[in-house]
Design a protein around this ligand. Sequence first.
Ligand code: 13P
Ligand code: SF4
Length: 357
Amino acid sequence: MNSEIIQHRSYSLGKEQIPLVAVESLDDIERMNLKEKIKKKLKEREAVIVSHYYTDADLQLLADETGGCVSDSLEMARFGRDAKAKNLIVCGVKFMGETAKILNPEKQIFMPDLDANCSLDIGCPVDEFSDFCDAHPDRIVVVYANTSAAVKARADWMVTSGSAIDVIKYLDANNKKIIWAPDKYLGDYVQKQSGADMLIWQGSCIVHEEFKSKELESLCKNHPDAKILVHPESPSSVISQADMVGSTTAIIKAVSEMNAKKFIIATDKGIFHKIKEVAKNKILIEAPTAGKGATCISCAHCPWMAMNSLKKLLHILETGENEIFVKKDIINRAKGSIEKLLNFTNNNKDVGLANDA
Ligand code: 13P
Ligand code: SF4
């Protein structure tokens, strides 16, 4: 089918653009004290935590224990839209905080660290992207959730990893030609699954891009009984080895429901916390990231997700710092592309289910 690749420029990040994150080292008593203070402050501020599966286990536990939510980016958006709390604390990355603000402009949205970004968002600057869309006015613009509010405002639709195939199939069935941004690997996977006519932006996730296919093949030889679960932001040579390809939620569900004991998992290792909670007796193996002679950039953990911490969370609750603001005109335009997805998923209850590779 007519899938074209944008050749003019690569949107890979240089090493200097990737933060080195110092992990907070806390003993059990410090951790417990911080958590108690955070719980108190959440009540005072009438706030709830919306946390992604890739954040620190303590942040996930806190979100679950205090009436918040731990989920993938589709469910984070849904939860944010429906939440009754006055304030939302988004533990994740910038696009997640912005999406929450766009869907709840009347609420105050805070993040533990406003510099927590995403290589896909950075790799899709709005001006260049807008020019590109203007050059292809016959195409409908579909962007992944991992983009800035301004890019969503330029788009017709926003999708998540859990909804992309269903939305693109729907648009293809309605004879739409598509511009897809920013993830080239997810775009390629969705194109193969849907057969749609897609022009694909050349961005990538620095975490998933690092999974190595040859090393995965060798690992599988040592574990022939393991099922391979892969997030679709990974390269096609990794996806092609998968028993199941899906969003973070779909991966967690697959470990619980598949009739296997052992799993090799190609996504950020932050997800292992939730998997261990819901599927206690399974054996989990990290998919390999560093090839021979290669150095590991992310080591399967997103450096921006790792910027979220208990100390920073308490700090923003105490000070009211790190509020997310999005300009009104951007909110109004971006809301349209996000709400299209939320309405689509409301009307199509099966959206988000995993795909066998
Ligand atoms: P999910 O929507 O599958 O949670 O993915 C978000 C993300 O950033 C993955 O890298
Ligand atoms: Fe972005 Fe990749 Fe981090 Fe997800 S894991 S937030 S796609 S850099």
